[in-house]
Design a protein around this ligand. Structure first.
Ligand code: PAF
Length: 280
């Protein structure tokens, strides 16, 4: 596995692969890798001739009060993990490469990016869309892999790729969970042992709401019950639980939806913000 920090070197390697007719898969990450990331890399290895991961903690997707400085960093462990699942190249750019002096260009997906997460983290999807565009231009993959745990992120990247005619297939990998149901996330390391015990209630509450909706309970009622359950379980604040159209992320009508929908949630467990989602 090659570790590349310079753009010229990355371009030379990828160009050579392309000259030889090889397809390129790409898994962008911020490091602190877990089984969710590794499952995306395995998917890429199974579908593409060559697979690239990037590790870059992107400052533009963090607000000043958020956890940019404390975000877990473990480059050596990440390298071993990526190598063990067949990654061919890890691209580790630095801030000077990603945001050179004088840079000012931003990519935004304003409507989809202002819903759900966007209401609480207004800076977030602009930062993601911008850095992912840069990474796509640098790596030039044929396929790129994103985890469904960040469901809104996947849909926004799909929208962006379509709108900007980027010739890249976006592949979504299913959410990986601990045995007790908690969605894997690099931020789970922030949870205290007591919080970690309670955190799986988020998935459990969404699951129960989804079953109730399938059995005829109106979305509003099923969601209210889920919010109450989480507050009783010890979640500090439920920022949102919404039933949305899986493609547009628009709220489904308050009467029973006659089409598939997705339950999407964000809630605070102590100082840790957890997100999750499940199909209904
Ligand atoms: O999902 C993430 O880890 C990040 O948002 C991404 C896509 C790597 C962009 O920084």
């Amino acid at each position: 596995m090659q570790i590349v920090r310079a753009l010229e070197e990355l371009r030379a390697i990828v160009s050579e692969w392309k000259r030889n007719g090889l397809s390129v898969g790409f898994v962008p990450t911020m490091g602190a890798l877990h089984e969710g990331h590794l499952s995306l890399m395995r998917l890429s290895v199974s579908q593409c001739d060559r697979s690239v991961a990037s590790i870059y903690v992107n400052p533009t997707q963090f607000a000043p009060h958020e956890d940019l400085d404390s975000y877990p960093r473990q480059e050596q462990a990440d390298m071993h993990a990526l190598e063990s699942v067949g990654c061919d190249l890890v691209f580790c750019p630095d801030a000077a490469l990603m945001y050179p002096e004088g840079e000012e260009t931003r990519v935004s997906v304003p409507d989809m990016g202002s819903k759900l997460e966007g209401q609480f983290r207004p800076h977030f999807f602009g930062g993601v869309a911008t850095v992912v565009t840069k990474l796509f231009n640098q790596v030039r993959p044929d396929k790129a892999y994103f985890g469904e745990k960040d469901y809104q992120q996947v849909q926004i990247i799909r929208r962006m790729v379509t709108d900007l005619s980027m010739p890249i297939d976006i592949v979504a990998g299913e959410t990986k969970r601990a045995a007790d149901g908690l969605a894997l996330s690099s931020r789970n390391t922030y949870l205290t042992p007591e919080e970690r015990q309670i955190a799986p209630s988020l998935k459990a509450a969404l699951h129960r709401a989804a079953i109730r909706m399938r059995n005829g309970t109106l979305p509003g009622e099923a969601i209210s019950e889920a919010v109450e359950t989480l507050e009783r379980a010890g979640f500090a604040k439920v920022e949102y639980i919404e039933a949305v159209n899986p493609a547009t992320l628009d709220p489904v009508p308050s009467q029973l939806p006659d089409h598939p929908c997705r339950l999407i949630a964000a809630a605070w467990m102590g100082k840790t913000r957890l997100i999750d989602n499940i199909p209904v």
